[in-house]
Structure formats: structure tokens, C-alpha cells
Design a protein around this ligand. Structure first.
Ligand SMILES: C[S@@+](CC[C@H](N)C(=O)[O-])C[C@H]1O[C@@H](n2cnc3c(N)ncnc32)[C@H](O)[C@@H]1O
Length: 218
């Protein structure tokens, strides 16, 4: 009997904790200036502003004819791409459906890890990754999981990225970062960090921009 009571108490505490967390999330969304601004401007989400800040500073999208977007759902980044370069072709991958539909978008609703990129006829000028695994809440586990996805993209760069192309991705900061930067510096002319103002200060997310891909060089 006491075991059942303990179990009920634990379940109740877990439910309370998750309720409080979701309430915090709702309150934070309500007061967030970027959530408000996204609604005003018709952006699907506040994530759009992160890519917008990157583009305003580096102007990479406007010079890219073929863009690959990994983790594209629901489509905030895709909206930004089309705003800054309505003539670009965008190939999108996500496990979930997108809310965006446009003749410039080719959407694959699938795990990009399982796709054979050799099937593509053209290579890309820009690879954008906002791919994020489901979070556990354990910072170093989440960091390792997202890092693994980034390593998987890096392994495919030779097949998918044009010479002098760019690779921009999100990562949650952690111990693998140095190794990732080290590998990228051997493959790209320039590798740098960017923390957009629209990325919450308390979030460990950071963007890494790699430009000037040196195809077939170590
Ligand atoms: C932060 S969201 C992307 C938000 C998007 N950039 C936007 O602006 O709307 C991360 C996405 O990565 C996707 N994702 C995670 N692992 C994936 C995988 N292996 N293949 C394809 N998509 C994946 C998730 O389904 C999720 O929609």
C-alpha cells in the first residue's frame, strides 16, 4: 500500500512539475518581443529572426541559387530565405510537415540521415541546419545528440556542397564544439560563431558559420 502511495505521490509531483514548466513557457511566449513581432510580420515563428539576423550581417542567402535546409519545419527559416531571395531553389528536409508551400520549395518529409544525397542532380551553394533532436533536459546529453547530427552533415559535405559554398548550423554549446570547429577549419576558409539577439540569452544555442568550402581538400 505504501508503495502505491509513493508511486502516486511521485507521479503527482512529475505532473505538477511539467504543468509549471508549460505555464512558464506560455508566460514567456506572451511577453516575448520576438513572438509579438513574428505575429505582426506574418512569420510562422520567432526562429525566423535568427536567420534574418544572420542574413542581414553576412548576406549569404541573397547570393545562393540552391539552398538545402535541414530541419525546416514549420518553415520560419524558409520564409526568410524566400524574403531575401525569392528566386532561389530550396530543398527542405524534416520529420514533420511544413506550414510553407511555394513553387521554389521541394520538401522531403523524412529523416535526412536516411536519404541518399547522391540522388541529387545539383549540389548546393548553402546548407542551413536548424535540426534539433528531441531534448532530454540534460544539457550534455542534448549537446552530444545535436553534435552527432552535425557530424553526420559534415560527413556528407563532399557530396552535397559546392566548392566555395557555405554551411550554417545551430548547435547547443558543449564539449564537442572544439572538435567540430577543428574539422570545419580544415574544410572551410572561414569559420565563426554568431549569437543572434533573437536567440534567448539563457539558451545555450549558438550558430556556427562556415564559409568558403574547399572541395576535396583536407
Ligand atoms: C528547431 S526546429 C526547426 C525550425 C525551423 N528552422 C523553422 O524556422 O521553422 C528543428 C526541426 O528539426 C527536425 N529534425 C530533427 N531531426 C531530424 C532529422 N533526422 N531529419 C529531419 N528533420 C529532423 C525536427 O522535426 C524539427 O522540426
Amino acid at each position: 500500500m505504501s508503495y502505491i502511495l509513493k508511486l502516486l505521490k511521485n507521479n503527482f509531483l512529475l505532473a505538477l512539475l511539467s504543468f509549471m514548466k508549460s505555464k512558464n513557457w506560455v508566460n514567456r511566449q506572451k511577453n516575448d518581443q520576438f513572438v509579438k513581432k513574428a505575429k505582426q510580420l506574418g512569420y510562422i515563428n520567432r526562429a525566423a529572426f535568427k536567420l534574418e539576423e544572420i542574413e542581414q550581417k553576412y548576406k549569404i542567402i541573397e547570393n545562393s541559387k540552391e539552398i538545402l535546409e535541414l530541419g525546416s519545419s514549420p518553415g520560419g527559416w524558409t520564409q526568410v530565405i524566400l524574403n531575401y531571395n525569392p528566386k532561389t531553389n530550396i530543398t527542405c528536409f524534416d520529420l514533420l510537415d511544413m506550414k510553407m508551400n511555394n513553387k521554389r520549395i521541394t520538401f522531403y518529409r523524412e529523416d535526412f540521415l536516411k536519404y541518399n544525397f547522391i540522388n541529387f542532380k545539383t549540389k548546393f551553394d548553402l546548407i542551413l541546419s536548424d535540426v534539433a533532436p528531441n531534448t532530454t533536459g540534460h544539457q550534455s546529453t542534448d549537446h552530444l545528440r545535436i553534435s552527432q547530427l552535425i557530424y553526420e552533415v559534415i560527413d556528407r559535405l563532399e557530396i552535397i556542397l559546392n566548392n566555395q559554398g557555405s554551411f550554417i548550423f545551430k548547435i547547443w554549446k558543449g564539449e564537442e564544439e572544439k572538435q567540430i570547429i577543428k574539422i570545419l577549419k580544415k574544410k572551410f576558409d572561414k569559420v565563426e560563431y554568431f549569437k543572434p539577439k533573437s536567440s534567448r540569452q539563457e539558451s545555450s544555442e549558438i550558430f556556427i558559420l562556415s564559409r568558403g568550402f574547399r572541395l576535396n581538400e583536407e
